[in-house]
Design a binder for this molecule. Structure first.
Ligand code: G6P
Length: 616
């Protein structure tokens, strides 16, 4: 299939809409109309930027922000996709919960590219069609959509594909370049007419912490991130648009009604909001972090901005910060606060630099974790405990919604020490946030929704899932403590989690379901996994040492032998993750053995890792 033509995409829209005019929208001179004149330079630009080799990326010293300008001056939306593909795309396979994820870079054996440029164009056009449906009641016919990306090597080519898909359908694009996921959502809320904000919808190009060859798309409106059903709807529309374009004409570039592209340095706007939030909380002090030494590890993702645009203006010393330069090959470590190597890297940086605090972000900055001055990791349950302490101090008695794999110790801490309520819900950041919103809607006050993965959202911040904002809450605490005693470092944070009971042994073992195994009898891995869980639940009932958790929303959670375990279905993969926490190895093994005994007759389940664990 060739690149989607403007006409095809427009036709798809016409079939779905009876558009009216957008009222009150003025576009400023900064917008540029799309035309064919710059085609040539655009294509050259793509060769040097979007399709650059790994080698080139490693050796470049030019900051990506300059590339963004370059890409725009090359008029990125012009040519559509350079990929000419006659391949079929199974669009529904690109769905990953409430995100879209796929392979965007060739070269990894067994992982063919399925997030191609034409597919991405179709998905972007489908998002615009979906959004237009939603906005029809407001009388909109021309949308303004922002697009940003993380540091992946396929970022520019997908940004160009998104831009083409949207503008060919007659809608306008704001390109933000390198951006964070929460900033993209924020752009649907920021009121700033000079910069054409707020936008009607936002698209973030990211695959979070996944390997370099993957990429994906996240979509936002001012109501938040899209849910699973919306994504399915968009992918079905995309499939149709893609099919139609295979039979349509390709060259429709002189169409005057095509959308326009503008670039906005949105990360500066977003970061200055974070700076203002800390200053406000510190009684309007200009440099409330003066004298504090804070190191940041951005893992070569999109989080480097936090040093120059947030910490430095607030007065912090940031020497020793590392991996701030975007590099989509992630040469140092995977940007992921759940990753042991990543946490080790920031801990070492804190200790080497004798810093007061370390901060680490994932690739697209919707997750974060910290390290205190003694090198103690403030992540997983500890970070939730810390955030809960801060939020419950501000909102006494409030409910904290978390994912399902949080510890029993966290519940005791939140309920007995902090006087709040712990609502342990399901895995998945969207599940946790939506549950907190639901609780508020039925009269149960909740101000914090957090996952052990480092995702966290606060009611005061529009339930925006924002790793940088979580860190701002910590900075507020540090700044306030500093006003009273300038020598405290990060002790105030360490003190806040004092009393959190932590298990000596914490493990996660992921039991894979072989989807091709005869035991599945052609059924889905989900059905098979559910059958395993039902069987496990029955078996547990017969063991007097084990007790099912009285309240549980996902999988089978059981306490016993001084600890607990949870077996559940992964949100995305044919996997049953098993989490065990226990006071010592022997008890952890007893819990592991109970699971092993119950699931051993399910031969499509790979229990090799569990076997290894119990034989230690
Ligand atoms: O269910 P799992 O395979 O453990 O994955 C669960 C995780 O999936 C994604 O990464 C989501 O962004 C997380 O919010 C979620 O916690």
């Amino acid at each position: 299939m060739e690149a989607l033509s403007a006409k095809t995409i427009k036709n798809a829209f016409l079939a779905q809409h009876h558009p009216r005019t957008r009222h009150g929208t003025r576009y400023h001179s900064g917008f540029c109309s799309l035309n064919t004149r710059s085609m040539h330079s655009f294509q050259e630009c793509r060769l040097s930027v979007a399709d650059s080799s790994a080698k080139w990326l490693n050796t470049t010293t030019t900051p990506w922000t300059s590339f963004d300008k370059q890409a725009v001056s090359c008029n990125a939306a012009q040519g559509g996709s350079a990929v000419s593909s006659s391949e079929k795309v199974d669009f529904l396979k690109l769905q990953n919960g409430s995100d879209i994820r796929g392979v965007a870079v060739a070269g990894v054996e067994g992982e063919p590219v399925n997030l191609t440029e034409p597919a991405t164009e179709a998905i972007a056009a489908a998002f615009a069609a979906w959004l237009l449906n939603k906005k029809e009641a407001d009388g909109l016919r021309r949308l303004r959509i922002s697009v940003g990306h993380d540091s992946r090597i396929s970022a520019h080519k997908l940004q160009n594909a998104v831009t083409h898909g949207i503008t060919a359908a007659g809608h306008d694009i704001l390109q933000f370049g390198l951006a964070s996921t929460p900033a993209m959502f924020n752009s649907t809320l920021t009121e700033d007419e000079r910069n054409h904000l707020p936008v009607d919808g936002a698209i973030m190009i990211t695959a979070s912490h996944l390997p370099y060859n993957r990429n994906g798309l996240k979509f936002f409106t001012s109501d938040g991130g899209l849910n699973k059903a919306d994504i399915k709807d968009i992918l079905e529309r995309a499939s149709k648009i893609y099919e139609e374009s295979a039979h349509g004409k390709q060259q429709e570039r002189e169409d005057a009604s095509r959308g326009v592209v503008n670039s906005v340095d949105y990360m500066s706007i977003y970061a200055s909001d974070l700076v203002q939030a800390v200053r406000k909380s510190a009684g309007d002090k200009e440099k409330p972090l003066e004298g504090l030494h804070i190191v940041v590890d951005a893992g070569n993702g999109a989080g480097g901005f936090f040093v120059d645009k947030v910490l430095k203006p607030l007065g912090a010393v940031t020497t020793g910060s590392q991996f701030l330069e975007p590099d989509g090959l992630f040469p140092n470590h995977i940007p992921n606060p759940e990753d042991k190597t990543a946490m080790k890297a920031i801990t070492q940086a804190v200790l080497d630099n004798k810093a007061d605090l370390g901060i680490i972000f994932d690739t697209d900055v919707d997750r974060s974790a910290a390290v205190d001055s003694s090198g103690r990791e403030l992540n997983r349950n500890r970070l939730i405990a810390l955030m809960a302490a801060i939020v419950i101090e501000e909102h006494p008695g409030t409910t904290v919604v978390t994912d399902s794999v949080t510890s029993d110790g966290l519940t005791v801490f939140i309920e007995n020490k902090l006087g709040g309520k712990h609502h342990r819900f399901k895995r998945g950041y969207k599940n946790v946030i939506d549950e907190a919103i639901r609780l508020n809607s039925i009269g149960e006050e909740s101000h914090l929704a957090m996952e052990t993965s480092g995702h966290g959202a606060l009611k005061e911040n529009h339930w925006l899932d924002d790793g940088a904002y979580l860190m701002v809450k910590l900075l507020n605490k540090l700044a306030a403590a500093r006003t009273l005693d300038s020598s405290t470092g990060s002790k105030v944070l360490t003190d806040l989690v004092e009393g959190l009971e932590e298990a000596a042994v914490t493990v996660e073992i992921r039991l894979k379901i072989d989807q091709n195994h005869a035991d599945l009898k052609g059924g889905s891995f989900r059905d098979y996994g559910e059958a395993v869980l039902r069987h496990l639940e029955n078996a547990i009932g017969k063991d007097p040492n084990l007790h099912k958790a009285p309240k549980n929303y996902e999988g089978v959670r059981v306490s016993g032998h001084g600890g607990w375990f949870l077996v559940r279905l992964s949100l995305h993969d044919p996997v049953l993750p098993l989490n065990i926490e226990a006071p010592n190895k022997d008890d952890a093994i007893k819990l592991g053995l109970a699971v092993l005994a119950a699931v051993s007759e399910f031969s499509a389940l790979d229990v090799t890792a569990l076997n290894k664990f119990v034989q230690q």
